[in-house]
Design a protein around this ligand. Structure first.
Ligand code: ASP
Length: 350
């Protein structure tokens, strides 16, 4: 071997030793996983079955042991919050999650939290936590579109990426992040857009925050709306959340659903209006009666994008929030106040 080659090998050994010392175990972040179920913990009869499977079937211990690569990037621990299809997630579980995340992130021993969740209602849990978590440390929520038993299951890579992201300084202070399919999205503006495809989470109005470029998070933007430590919400002593319901409008809709929700003790209504705050005369007068009873009414749009600006000042505009996100904010707003103007201000800020 020529001397130049010896030199290359020595340089290579030096660089390799250097890179090992950079990621020594002592330097790794401590990431805690809170598992709630979903397809990421789902199993089917066979590997080609992508649609019919049992969601929420694998434990957090199994999820962690199936992605040993995580130990290169973080010291990972985990706990099971519940193990459900996310269609069964309730506001009580949002409260439990928020309080547990807040407790964990207060500890100097935890650098970030990852939540595994079914994708159907992941966006609501993410936005709730975005408003109720009181820490700037990273909180990343992930899931999967294919069960763990599937050919090309997306869960393991999503979990690995979520752990890397939760351990990254760049993810701090950006609110709760949604990570699937190598795409980093913000909790406020992101929604599930496809029933089956892995690229389902989209922020149609504003776009994604960034990408996982192999194992490196790369950010290009963040939300200007207040979140986490910047909000007024404190859920630590709440036993439940106010009951808020959504009224979907369509040609021929009448006041039946509105009356039923009021009779069933709703504390706030979100209307998924047609276009930019469009509602029938009959619906309008039923909604004004609701407001006169002291029950706030928020007008959002069923279009999925754009600012919603209803003409009637008695109603609260949802800004760009989808009906399901507006419901989350109204539930939290009602824990602070019943005042129409104060709630409207929260819809402008958050
Ligand atoms: N139904 C499942 C759930 O939301 C879907 C998924 O996780 O992708 O739990």
């Amino acid at each position: 071997m020529r001397p130049r080659h010896y030199l290359s090998i020595i340089v290579l050994l030096f660089l390799t030793a250097g890179s090992f010392s950079i990621v020594s175990a002592a330097d790794l972040p401590d990431i805690h996983i809170l598992a709630t179920g979903g397809t990421i913990a789902g199993t089917a009869e066979n590997a080609s079955e992508l649609g019919h499977y049992q969601a929420g079937n694998l434990s957090v211990a199994t999820l962690i042991s199936s992605v040993p690569e995580m130990s290169t990037y973080a010291r990972v621990t985990g706990e099971q919050i519940c193990n459900l299809n996310s269609d069964e997630i309730t506001p009580m579980i949002w409260l439990r999650l928020a309080n547990r995340v807040n407790e964990l992130l207060k500890s100097p021993d935890v650098d970030g939290v990852v939540i595994t969740h079914g994708t159907d209602t992941l966006e609501e849990t993410a936005y709730f936590l975005n408003l109720a978590v009181k820490s700037d440390k990273p909180v990343v929520i992930t899931g999967a579109m294919r069960p763990a038993t599937a050919i090309s299951a997306d869960g393991p890579l999503n979990l690995l990426n979520a752990v890397i992201l939760a351990g990254s300084h760049d993810a701090a202070g950006k609110g709760v992040l949604i990570l699937l399919n190598g795409e980093i999205n913000g909790a406020r503006d992101t929604t599930k857009t496809n029933t089956e495809m892995v690229e389902t989470f989209r922020s149609p109005d504003f776009g994604l925050f960034g990408y996982m470029d192999n194992e490196v998070p790369k950010f290009y933007r963040e939300s200007l709306k207040l979140h986490t430590s910047g909000t007024d919400f404190d859920v630590s002593s709440l036993k439940s959340l106010p009951k808020v319901d959504i009224v979907l409008l369509y040609p021929g809709a009448d006041q039946t659903a509105i009356d039923a929700f009021v009779a069933n003790s709703t504390e706030g209504l979100v209307v998924a209006s047609m276009g930019n705050g469009g509602y029938q005369a009959e619906v309008r007068s039923a909604l004004l009666d609701v407001v006169n009873k002291g029950i706030p009414v928020v007008i959002s749009s069923r279009t999925g994008t754009g600012v919603c600006t209803p003409e009637d000042p008695e109603f609260i505009p949802a800004d760009t929030l989808t009906p399901q996100k507006a419901r989350v904010l109204l539930m939290l707003a009602l824990t602070r106040t019943n005042n129409q103007d104060e709630i409207a201000e929260m819809f402008r800020e958050y």
